[in-house]
Design a protein around this ligand. Structure first.
Ligand code: AMP
Length: 252
């Protein structure tokens, strides 16, 4: 059984984003980029399934990244964690979720995976759209926001964190799963595995190779930083605090 894992290169989650002076977007010049954290969880889950979780059955993990040439570093990270093979799809234009989903649908047609595990959202644009769109394009079932995944020969059972509890759904394979934070804790790649990953196969394609038009459909009008918090006030004691809250009409 083959598992496909799409991984996106994004601004590292530890980096404080700076908005470009002209307000057209976030400044990505000379900042640390990493694999989207939810995609690390997706790669980890695929590896655990290949390592024998739920009795094994997964024989190959293919990772895909769509973006600039440097996204191959993200693929190499996934290969160092334990994925088998990578596909890099380069594009000079930023590819929106619909374009990503269309390219992934073509790759699914070629690769015939039983399961696609994506992150629930990319932390750069917070779209939370790609997995759902891919499921729509393929007509497959989708278990989104997975906090537990159990794979059987012809189905996948997904536990999802919903308001007020846990929902468990079973999907017939092939299916789409998107990962939530609590699904697992991704491993770090060891140095020997980082070295080994350099010789794992990585195919490079373009969006045009798949016949997908990635012309943007969204025009970002403006990006602004969040409003700065105004300075706080120090109070000497609880009485002063209560007096101030009363003056503001917050306490009686
Ligand atoms: P989004 O819908 O943009 O929030 O992304 C959801 C998930 O789709 C991500 O966690 C990735 O698994 C996948 N994805 C989105 N964009 C890309 C991309 N450019 N390359 C590979 N995977 C992507």
């Amino acid at each position: 059984m083959k598992v496909l894992v799409p991984v996106k290169r994004v601004l590292d989650y530890n980096v404080k984003p700076r908005v470009k002076a002209d307000g057209t977007g976030v400044d990505l010049a000379n900042v640390k980029m990493s694999m989207n954290p939810f995609d690390e969880i997706a790669v980890e889950e695929a590896i655990r399934l290949k390592e024998g979780k739920n009795g094994g059955g997964v024989t190959e993990i293919v990772v895909v990244s769509i973006g600039e040439q440097k996204a191959q570093e993200t693929i190499r990270t996934a290969l160092a964690m334990g994925a088998d093979r990578g596909i890099l799809v380069t594009s000079d234009e930023k590819v929106e979720p619909l374009g990503v989903a269309k390219i992934l649908a073509k790759i699914v047609e070629e690769e015939q995976p039983s399961l696609v595990i994506l992150g629930k959202q990319a932390i750069d644009d917070d779209n939370n759209q790609t997995g759902q769109m891919l499921a729509g394009l393929l007509g497959w079932g989708q278990g989104t926001f997975a906090s537990k995944v159990e794979l059987a020969a012809d189905s996948v059972t997904v536990t999802r964190e919903v308001d007020g509890g846990l929902e468990t759904d079973r999907f017939t394979l092939p299916a789409i799963v998107t990962t939530d934070l609590r699904l697992n804790e991704p491993r770090y790649a060891s140095l020997p595995n980082i070295m080994k990953a350099k010789s794992k196969p990585l195919a490079t394609k373009t969006a045009a190779d798949y016949g997908v038009d990635v012309t943007p459909r969204i025009k970002t009008l403006k990006v602004v930083e969040p409003a700065k918090r105004s300075a706080g006030v120090k109070v000497a004691d609880v009485d002063e605090l209560v007096m101030k809250l009363q003056a503001m009409g917050i306490a009686k």
